[in-house]
Ligand binder design. Structure first.
Ligand code: HEM
Ligand code: HEM
Length: 187
């Protein structure tokens, strides 16, 4: 398997970036759920609320860097041809949710950053160093960041359901091995 995509399959770079973002998002949802469910003086699995917030914010910014690389890679390299067996309506749906997922991959970390910086909370990067702030304290901006973060968080669930649903449909019912196009070590 090559590094780059070919006309028939995704290469190592695209696959690695795809699954890194999946792992990152999974982490973000689980940690967000826990950190917002406990009080400031409580611990979850031995972690204080503060360190869970730090982890969520820091990993979120790492994800942003991975997404920038992923988007640049996607825009500057070829995509494989469509998987065989996709109906026209499925291609239209894929176009729509891929665009939405890319928007969401940028909007989530950027809105989170806007919220914590303009809200005056800041980012203690992996608990080691406080990142310099480039934004003024501003309640309206903080509200905007928070609102976009929450709404996009739910929108992602909708588009991911469509994405994963389509993959499952093809993998299980149409039996055309679409999942193998994105699996590591698989042709
Ligand atoms: C890909 C990246 C990210 C994802 C998928 C993500 C996801 C989420 C989700 C699902 C929530 C829970 C929202 C709710 O209460 O229903 C949340 C909350 C939160 N996120 Fe993120 N997040 C990301 C990046 C960031 C970044 C980069 C920051 C800040 C630098 C951040 C700061 C926060 C904060 C402070 C909350 C708590 C909001 C509250 O208390 O209501 N997030 N995030
Ligand atoms: C955070 C979660 C996810 C995001 C943001 C995401 C996003 C994307 C995007 C944008 C593509 C198009 C190729 C690219 O630009 O990289 C893609 C392809 C693909 N994804 Fe996901 N995905 C996620 C989760 C999953 C999961 C959980 C599965 C497995 C069920 C999956 C299976 C696939 C497959 C098989 C393809 C290749 C489809 C094809 O072109 O044949 N994805 N994904």
């Amino acid at each position: 398997m090559g590094l780059a995509n070919s006309s028939t399959r995704y290469g190592i770079v695209t696959k690695t970036l795809h699954w890194l973002v999946v792992l990152g998002f999974l982490n973000q949802y689980v940690v967000a759920k826990i950190m917002t469910a406990i009080e400031g003086n409580e611990f979850a699995l031995g972690f204080s609320q503060g360190s869970l917030y730090n982890w969520h914010k820091s990993i979120g910014l790492v994800i942003l860097a991975v997404v920038v690389i992923r988007y640049t890679w996607r825009k500057t390299t070829r995509l494989p041809d469509w998987a065989k067996g996709l109906a026209d309506w499925e291609k239209k749906l894929i176009h729509l949710y891929e665009k939405m997922l890319y928007w969401a991959m940028f909007l989530m970390p950027l809105s989170g950053y806007l919220f914590v910086e303009s809200g005056g909370f800041g980012v203690q990067f992996f608990g080691v160093t406080r990142l310099p702030s480039f934004l003024p304290r501003n309640e309206t901006l903080a509200w905007l960041g928070h609102t976009v973060h929450i709404i996009t968080g739910y929108a992602i669930v909708v588009f991911l359901t469509l994405h994963i649903g389509l993959v499952i449909k093809h993998q299980i019912f149409d039996k055309d091995r679409i999942l193998h196009r994105m699996l590591p070590f698989s042709q």
